[in-house]
Design a protein around this ligand. Structure first.
Ligand code: ADQ
Length: 507
C-alpha cells in the first residue's frame, strides 16, 4: 500500500495517458512479457530528473480474469506503471468510438467519416457516456494511489473529462492537462454536442497546456521562449470558453466567478541528443554507407508518417508526381522514400487510405519507373530507431505535409540528424512545427499540390549556403527546445500555479 510506504524524497509526478508506455503480451495464465515503447512522452519524462514519475494508463489489452489482472499489475509495477483495466465494450465505445471517430477528426478539421456520419450521430450519446465512464475509471485509479503533494499530469484528448473527475475527489489535487493535437477554431468545437461538458471539465484543471510551438501565452507571468509570439491553439481554446460558456478570457487564461484557469502554450520537443549520439554508432554508420551506395547519383526525398488521414500522404505523393511530370530531367535523379506505419488497420476509413496510397504509388512507378529503378519506395511499416536515424541522415529533402498536426516530431528528428548534410525541410503550414521551424523550412499549403511541387524543385536546387543558413536556424531550435525542457517547464509551471492559487485563496 503506497499510502503507508512513507514519503519518497522526490516529489511524485503521476502521468496519466490513455496508453501506458509499454506493450504487454500474455505468456501464460499469470505471466506477462512487457516491452517499453520509447516515444516522445517517455523520453521527455526520463529527462525530468527532479520528479519521481509513475504512469497510469491502459495497457492496450483486454484482461478479464483476476489472475491475469493481478499478474499484469505486478509486472507493470516494476516499470513504475499502474494499469487501468478497460473491457472490450468500453474500448469500443470510448477509444474507437468517441476518441478516434469523433474527437480526433474534429480536432484536425476533418469532420466525421462521411458514410458514418449518421451512424456516428446516432451512437454519439452512448459513446460519450462510455468516454465519461472510462475517464472516471482512470480517475479511480489515480485517486487510489494519490498522496498529498503529488502532481497529476493528464494527457491528450482521450482524457478531457479527467480533470473534473479528479477535482471532485479532491479539490486540492494539483492537476494539469496537456493536449497533443491542435485545439480547433471555436467554430469547429461548437459543433460538438458535448462541447460545454468537455470545456468545463478541462477548466477544472489548474493549468491547461496546449501542444504548440508557441511562446509564453502567460508571458505576463513568466516568458518561456520570447522569440516566438503566436498562440493559435491556446487562443482557440480561450475563444471556445468565452463563446460557448460565456466565461471571461484574460491574458492569462479563462476566468469564471473568480476562478482562473491558466491556459498556456508549451512547445514539445525531442530528445535531440539521443538522435545525435545514435549517428556515431558503428551500426548506424554502416547503414548510412549502404543507403548512400544504394541511392548514389540520386537525391533522396523522405516522408515518415503514421498512415493517418491527417498526415496528407496521398497529397504529398501527387505533388511529387506533378514535379516528375513537369521535370523529365529529374526522373532518374530523385527518389522518394515514403515510410508509413499502419495505424487503426481495422477501421474501413484507414483501410481505404492504405489502398488509395498503394494505388497512387503503383500508378506513378508504372508511369515513371524503368526496368531497374522506381521513383517511389513505399513501405507500410515501422522502422527501428537506428534505421530511422540513418535514413534521416542520408536525406536531401524531407517532406512533412500534414493537413493538420499538433506539432510533428518527424520534422524535429530530421533536423537533428542533418548536421552533415544540411538537407531541406518542406513543412506544412498546418503543422504546429511551422511556428518554430518556419524560418528554416520551406512552408507549404499541403492542399496546393502545384505549390508543393514547386517547393520540391526549389529544395532540390537550393544552393549550399542557403541550405546551411536554414539548417542552422532549425538545428539551434531543435537542440535548445528539447522534450526534457518541455516536461520540466510544464511541471514547474503547474507547481507555481498552485502556489499562486493558494496565495490568492489566502488573501
Ligand atoms: P503523432 O501523430 O504520432 O503524434 P509525430 O509528432 O510526427 O506524430 O510523432 C510520430 C513519432 O513516431 C515520431 O517519433 C516518429 O519517429 C515515429 N514514427 C512515425 N512513423 C514511423 C515509422 N514509419 N517508423 C518508425 N517510427 C516512426 C501526436 C500528434 C503530433 C505531436 C505528437 C507529440 O499528432 O502532432 O507532435 O503527438 O505531442
Amino acid at each position: 500500500n503506497e499510502r503507508q510506504e512513507g514519503r519518497p524524497s522526490k516529489q511524485r509526478l503521476l502521468v496519466v495517458a490513455n496508453r501506458l508506455p509499454v506493450s504487454a503480451v500474455r505468456r501464460g495464465v499469470d505471466s506477462w512479457q512487457l516491452e517499453i515503447s520509447v516515444g516522445g512522452l517517455v523520453s521527455a519524462l526520463l529527462g525530468v530528473k527532479e520528479f519521481d514519475a509513475r504512469w497510469i494508463g491502459w495497457a492496450g489489452v483486454n484482461v478479464s480474469d483476476d489472475i491475469g489482472q493481478r499478474a499484469l499489475t505486478k509486472a507493470l509495477a516494476e516499470k513504475r506503471c499502474i494499469p487501468v483495466f478497460l473491457d472490450e465494450e468500453i474500448v469500443h465505445q470510448y477509444y474507437n468510438g468517441y476518441c478516434n471517430n469523433v474527437l480526433w477528426p474534429l480536432f484536425h478539421y476533418l469532420g466525421l467519416p462521411q458514410e458514418d456520419r449518421l451512424a456516428t450521430t446516432r451512437s454519439f450519446q452512448s459513446q460519450f457516456d462510455a468516454y465519461k465512464k472510462a475517464n472516471q475509471m482512470f480517475a479511480d485509479v489515480v485517486n487510489k494511489i494519490y498522496q498529498e503533494g503529488d502532481v497529476v499530469w493528464c494527457h491528450d484528448y482521450h482524457l478531457m473529462f479527467l480533470p473534473q473527475c479528479l477535482k471532485r475527489y479532491n479539490s486540492n489535487m494539483k492537476v494539469g492537462w496537456f493536449l497533443h493535437t491542435p485545439f480547433p477554431s471555436s467554430e469547429i468545437h461548437r459543433t460538438l454536442p458535448s462541447r460545454s461538458e468537455l470545456l468545463r471539465s478541462v477548466l477544472a484543471a489548474d493549468l491547461v497546456g496546449i501542444c504548440d510551438s508557441k511562446s509564453g501565452y502567460t508571458a505576463s507571468v513568466r516568458p518561456f521562449n520570447p522569440s516566438f509570439h503566436t498562440y493559435d491553439y491556446a487562443r482557440h481554446f480561450v475563444s471556445a470558453c468565452t463563446r460557448i460558456l460565456g466565461f471571461e478570457g484574460t491574458p492569462e487564461g479563462v476566468e469564471n466567478q473568480g476562478k482562473l484557469t491558466r491556459v498556456a502554450a508549451f512547445p514539445i520537443g525531442i530528445d535531440s541528443e539521443r538522435f545525435i549520439r545514435a549517428l556515431e554508432l558503428p551500426q548506424v554508420q554502416d547503414h548510412i554507407k549502404e543507403l548512400k551506395e544504394r541511392f548514389a547519383g540520386r537525391k533522396v526525398m523522405l516522408g515518415v508518417d503514421r498512415l493517418d488521414m491527417i498526415k496528407g500522404i496521398p497529397q504529398k505523393i501527387l505533388a511529387f508526381e506533378k514535379y516528375l511530370e513537369e521535370n523529365p530531367n529529374w526522373r532518374d535523379k530523385v527518389v522518394l522514400l515514403q515510410i508509413a506505419v499502419p495505424t487503426r488497420t481495422d477501421v474501413p476509413e484507414y483501410q481505404k487510405l492504405t489502398s488509395q496510397v498503394h494505388e497512387i504509388v503503383g500508378r506513378i512507378n508504372g508511369r515513371f519507373g524503368t526496368l531497374t529503378t522506381v521513383p517511389i519506395h513505399h513501405l507500410d511499416r515501422s522502422l527501428d530507431f537506428h534505421a530511422l536515424c540513418a535514413l534521416y541522415a542520408v536525406t536531401d529533402v524531407a517532406l512533412v505535409t500534414s493537413l493538420r498536426d499538433g506539432m510533428n516530431l518527424v520534422s524535429y528528428e530530421f533536423v537533428a540528424c542533418q548536421a552533415d548534410k544540411k538537407g531541406v525541410l518542406i513543412l506544412s503550414e498546418f503543422a504546429g512545427a511551422a511556428q518554430s521551424l518556419g524560418a528554416g523550412a520551406i512552408l507549404v499549403n499541403p492542399w496546393n499540390i502545384t505549390e508543393v511541387a514547386a517547393s520540391i524543385g526549389y529544395a532540390l536546387n537550393m544552393p549550399a549556403d542557403e541550405r546551411e543558413k536554414r539548417h542552422q536556424h532549425n538545428f539551434m531550435h531543435v537542440t535548445s527546445h528539447t522534450s526534457q525542457e518541455w516536461a520540466a517547464t510544464f511541471v514547474s509551471e503547474l507547481n507555481d500555479t498552485i502556489v499562486e492559487a493558494q496565495l490568492r485563496t489566502r488573501q
